[in-house]
Each structure stands twice: as C-alpha cells, then as structure tokens.
Design a binder for this molecule. Structure first.
Ligand code: DX5
Ligand code: ZN
Length: 224
C-alpha cells in the first residue's frame, strides 16, 4: 500500500509584512512549519518587489527551514548562483523564461543541482505540463502556479487543478515533489492534497490570519 505522503505547507514570505519578517518566520516556525516559500520577481512579471539573495543570506543563519526560492524572473541564469551562494535549498525557475530567452531549461536546472541545491521548474497557469515533460527527469520539484504572478492574496485558478493529476501520472518512479503555489487556504487545501500535491504554498491564508498557528493547523488538518 503506497504510504500517503505527508503534505508540506510552505508559507510564502511575499504575503508577509516585510517590516516584521523575522517575527513572521518565528511565528510559522513555532507552528511547526518546515518550509518557507521565498518569491523573487524582477519586474518582468510584476513591478519588481522582491526578496533577493541578500535577504536569503540574512535569513539563512536564522532558520533551519527549507528555503524554497521561486524565481519569477526573465533571466534565471543571472540569479541561480547568487541564490545558491546565499543558502537557498530549492531554486525553482520558470519554463516560460527559458522559452522567451531561448534558454536551455535542462542546462539551467543542471546548474542548480551542480551548486548543491534542489532544482525546480515552474509553470504559469496558462502553461501546460507538456511543456516541461522533457525535463521531469532533471527536477526535484514541479511548481504549478495557481494564481498569476503577483504579491499574494489573489484568487485560486481552478483550471490548473488537472495539472496535478497529470504530473502525478507522468512522475512514474521519479521522485519530484508537486507544489501548488497561490490562492491556497482551508477552502481548497484538502482538494489539492487529495489530487496529489506534496507541497502547498500559502501566503495570505497564513500571514493574513489573525492567529497564524491556528491558520496553519486548520490548513494541515484539511490535508493530512
Ligand atoms: C505569486 C507567488 C505566490 C504567492 C502566494 O506570484 O508566486 O507564492 O505569493 O501567496 P497567496 O497564497 O497569498 O496566493
Ligand atoms: Zn511563489
């Protein structure tokens, strides 16, 4: 009987209050969270508010949590080294960036692994899983964006849900994790977990909650 994977909840710092970032991280760590989702934007997708390598470098010595860095940037090749050097654990890059730049996704993913980080590939809501099928053997994580790139607090896009099952079916005996990113809360966490997601990113649903520990517990209760 296949053991049910324990779902991982990764609060997205982009929805945190940057002036209280360390307190926000302490709050979620105290609630048993093991991953932090670190969003990075370069203005390509949205006006460039971002958490850069310097912030990751500053956070690294203060937390043992997995720093799950989501690079929503047009030139991932420019950011991979600085994030790896800063102490990122997972570095996820967008298939659309490689497509727009004529960049070889596999080469960039191999660079991430060569630097000792886990490699992730992400797709926007409008991108099909077929586009990343050729690199599924080269990744440790696939990130399905369930909102358009933004600052958190956007509505969940139901249309991406079938991608979870498609990726789970395509996984075979490969080990990559399936992550859903955006618009996740108690209202849909159980559904995406049952569909096969391993990692759920929740920003506003956690950092926007009055009681974060309670919000985290409620989301995990829906999944595990
Ligand atoms: C969207 C980011 C997500 C987002 C998640 O561009 O990739 O990580 O911050 O935040 P919520 O859960 O509030 O949608
Ligand atoms: Zn993200």
């Amino acid at each position: 009987m296949k053991t049910k994977r324990k779902v991982i909840l990764a609060p997205s710092l982009l929805s945190a209050d940057f002036s209280k970032l360390l307190q926000e991280i302490k709050d979620v760590a105290r609630a048993g969270v093991k991953w932090l989702h670190v969003d990075v934007m370069d203005g390509h997708f949205v006006p460039n508010i971002t958490i850069g390598p310097l912030v990751v470098k500053a956070l690294r010595p203060k937390t043992k949590m997995t720093l799950d860095c989501h690079l929503m940037v047009l030139r991932p090749d420019k950011w991979i080294e600085p994030f790896a050097a800063a102490g990122a654990d997972v570095i996820t890059i967008h298939a659309e960036a490689a497509r727009q730049n004529g960049m070889d996704l596999r080469v960039q993913l191999a660079r991430i692994r060569a630097l000792g980080c886990k490699a992730g590939v992400s797709i926007n809501p409008a991108t099909t899983v077929e586009e990343i099928a050729p690199v599924l053997d080269a990744v440790d994580l696939v990130l399905i964006m369930s909102v358009n790139p933004g600052f958190g607090g956007q509505a969940f896009i139901e249309a991406v849900v079938p991608k979870i099952g498609q990726l789970a079916a395509m996984r075979g005996d490969r080990k990559f994790l399936i992550e859903i990113d955006g618009g996740i809360g108690v209202q849909n966490a159980g559904m995406v977990a049952r569909a096969g997601c391993d990692v759920l990113v929740a920003g506003a649903a956690v950092f926007g909650a009055k009681n974060r520990a309670k919000a985290i517990k409620a989301i995990l209760k829906e999944c595990n």
